[in-house]
Design a protein. Structure first.
Length: 257
């Protein structure tokens, strides 16, 4: 089982879209995919038509159970979708209280990693959508994976969020004694604006080969796919944004091989 975390310490950069787009493409290739929503805003959860306010179990309950979470609790936190190869572990607003309730409890940063070990025969890929805040949720997501995908909007202010994210990753790696493969993904690229081009060039200058060589363009088909509660590649397979995510996935798979 391969686990990817999609993270950035700035909101609105395309984390949820990236998680769902890559998950949908993997499912279309026959992979069994679990998408985990750790963001209290529950955007990924709502994307698949799941009402977070009506859930009996969610990712909150898994984390609340602690490092020794039982398999039946894990299974109860996973929801089927109408797409046969995609399951979702949804989020609720209660996740926002975890740091206050459990942040100091021993072993809380490793709950998700230990839970995913019990699912290793059930899924081929797990993709984790993380809130833009350093805390127990992000620590769990980073501890549970070996690859971190960092979407970065191609505009100047978003680059500052990237610096914070990379600093956080360095600290977490030292604490966990664990290395990650990091792929920075330029998103919301608008070829009509000079600002997008300049931000992309700055990304490459500052971060070199950590930056994926392509970019995800602005594409209204993403919004249409969200309204249809359908992964972009299944809603509009020839959309330019979908083609860009396909190239990104091919690049990630090649690196993993």
């Amino acid at each position: 089982m391969i686990i990817w975390t999609v993270a950035n310490q700035k909101g609105g950069v395309g984390k949820t879209t990236t998680t769902i787009a890559l998950g949908g493409l993997l499912a279309e290739r026959g992979e069994r995919v679990l998408l985990i929503d750790l963001d209290p805003h529950a955007s990924l959860t709502y994307y698949f038509g799941i009402d977070s306010e009506e859930l009996e179990r969610s990712s909150f309950d898994l984390l609340l159970a602690g490092p020794d979470v039982e398999r039946d609790v894990i299974d109860a936190c996973i929801h089927k979708t109408e797409f046969s190869s995609i399951d979702v572990m949804p989020a609720t607003m209660a996740l926002a209280t975890l740091d206050r309730k459990l942040g100091t409890r021993s072993g809380m940063g490793l709950v998700l990693r230990k839970a995913l070990r019990k699912l290793r025969m059930d899924y081929d890929y797990v993709l984790i959508d993380v809130p833009p805040v350093l805390g127990v949720l992000m620590i769990n997501a980073l501890a549970g994976c070996r690859r971190v995908i960092v979407p970065v909007q191609t505009e100047t202010l978003a680059l500052k969020g990237l610096e914070r994210m990379l600093q956080t990753l360095t600290l977490v790696q030292a604490s966990l004694r664990q290395d990650h493969r990091v792929t920075i993904v330029p998103t919301m690229y608008d070829k009509r604006t000079r600002a997008s081009l300049e931000a992309y060039q700055q990304l490459v200058r500052q971060h070199g080969n950590k930056v994926w060589t392509g970019m995800i363009p602005v594409d209204t088909k993403f919004r249409d796919a969200s309204a249809a509660h359908t992964p972009p590649s299944m809603h509009a397979p020839r959309a330019r944004g979908v083609l860009a995510y396909t190239q990104l996935l091919n690049s990630l798979l090649q690196q993993d091989r």
